[in-house]
Ligand binder design. Structure first.
Ligand SMILES: [Fe+2]
Length: 436
């Protein structure tokens, strides 16, 4: 029968982390400052019956006026949400579905998903989960339906003391929606760490929609032992892909307050014959710049990167080769990426050259994961790279109106959320020099 299971798993882990750390991929090594320790968040029950009490609650936008509520219980309980616009109100209710998954020896809890709405924009709702409804009442605020709107942007979040620092800063920012360009939990095959991550982010993710796309740490495929990729990610972080005509949770789009947001999948097929490419082509073709003057793309592996980390990876250069022209011709304003554990902002760029009608590329992979920072850069700095720094932090993208948006990067150093980089952007749709 060959190698026994634990030895096989160990070999695979070495290979996976080896690739991730660049030992086998031709990336020369770089030293990262010491990461902070991983946190494990236990389930704390607020209910008498902890087995059916909700945990890992997070919400995500569905269409213009609905919200998906996701939560997990240890034992079966109805997927039902009661909600209303004032505390203790249960004037509205909705039911949904429950699923679970297996991963080697691990068996997940009951994963509940209920879509509620229609909801009014920019409004606080109170909600309770299960049937009978949980003793604990949660609150959420829907995003505005028109400008201004404020996005928090953070990649490679993980669950360390750096992560908690980042989350504290984001919590103070009064954002409307969080955008996460991949690498969420860094569970890395240890499924209980997905549960811990769900509990860690719940205080924020239960209150504002968290819209995510996947990174390499979400793949969690093990040859022979677990052949299906993205099992935990797809089960736990279902996004509104059907609504945008996508056939995969790994890429989707949605409109919000005058912004068309596209979440791409760096770790699924992206060549011109792929389902993702064809979907993207169709999706960009439908963008109505009158209704959504801004278009933003979020993906994991950056197409532009002057850090020495993660150079030469096909998810970066091959995806860029396949899709960059498509994004350029559709006047995509900004591309947010993660993967490299640092911050970098490029000028408007296309085909490796500055281009006033191309997107601004921003790497924001500095959320706080256990691997630490990527602190070595290619010298000299390419001219198209405007600002680069290896510090933990997060970004805020405030779209003020149809023509202007403010991007700021806040570093976490010294546990203070300091604005380290800031730039006003003008939408390409409003620039006469970039007329289509
Ligand atoms: Fe990554």
């Amino acid at each position: 029968m060959g190698m026994e299971l634990p030895r096989l798993s160990l070999l695979f882990l070495i290979l996976v982390f080896g690739f991730d750390w660049g030992f086998f991929s031709g990336v020369y090594s770089y030293s990262r400052p010491p990461p902070r320790k991983t946190i494990f968040v236990e389930h704390e029950s607020g209910d008498a019956d902890s087995a059916t009490s909700p945990q890992q609650v997070h919400i995500s936008q569905v269409g213009q006026d609905k919200m998906r509520i996701s939560w997990i219980t240890d034992t079966p309980t109805p997927a039902k949400v009661v909600y209303g616009p004032s505390p203790g109100s249960n004037g509205f209710s909705a039911s949904g579905t429950t699923s679970s998954y297996h991963y080697t020896m691990y068996e997940s809890g009951e994963i509940h998903e209920v879509v509620i709405g229609p909801l009014n924009p920019n409004t606080v709702y109170y909600y309770r989960l299960g049937d009978p409804p949980s003793a604990r009442e949660y609150t959420l605020k829907t995003p505005p339906s028109q400008f201004p709107i404020k996005f928090a942007v953070i990649g490679d979040l993980g669950q360390t003391e750096w992560t908690t620092s980042t989350l504290q800063h984001i919590a103070k920012s009064n954002y409307d929606m969080l955008l996460l360009p991949g690498d969420l939990s860094y569970a890395d095959f240890i499924q209980t760490l997905w549960d811990s991550f769900g509990r860690l982010v719940e205080p924020l993710a239960s209150q504002r929609p968290w819209m995510v796309t996947q990174g390499n740490h979400e793949i969690e495929k093990i040859p022979i032992i677990h052949k299906t990729p993205f099992t935990a990610y797809n089960a736990r972080w279902r996004m509104p892909y059907e609504e945008s005509g996508s056939d995969s949770n790994l890429y989707y789009s949605f409109d919000l307050a005058g912004v068309h947001l596209i979440m791409l999948g760096s770790y699924t097929d992206f060549d011109p014959n792929s389902a993702q490419y064809k979907w993207l082509q169709g999706d960009l073709g439908k963008v109505d710049r009158e209704r959504t003057p801004w278009t933003v793309v979020i993906l994991h592996a950056p197409w532009y990167n002057s850090n020495t980390a993660h150079q030469g990876e096909p998810e970066s250069y091959a995806m860029k080769a396949a899709m960059e022209d498509l994004l350029y011709r559709s006047q995509v304003d900004v591309v947010f990426a993660g993967h490299v554990h640092a911050y970098e902002r490029f000028t408007r760029v296309s085909g490796d050259k500055a281009d006033n009608c191309g997107p601004v590329h921003i790497t924001i992979g500095d959320g706080g994961n256990r691997e630490g920072l990527a602190s070595k850069y290619i010298d000299p700095k390419p001219e198209i790279s405007i600002f680069r720094e290896a510090s933990f932090g997060h970004g805020q993208f405030e779209v003020v109106n149809a023509t202007h948006a403010l991007w700021t990067w806040h570093r976490n150093d010294d546990d203070e959320a300091v604005a380290g980089d800031s730039v006003w952007l003008r939408s390409l749709s409003s620039d006469p020099a970039c007329k289509l």
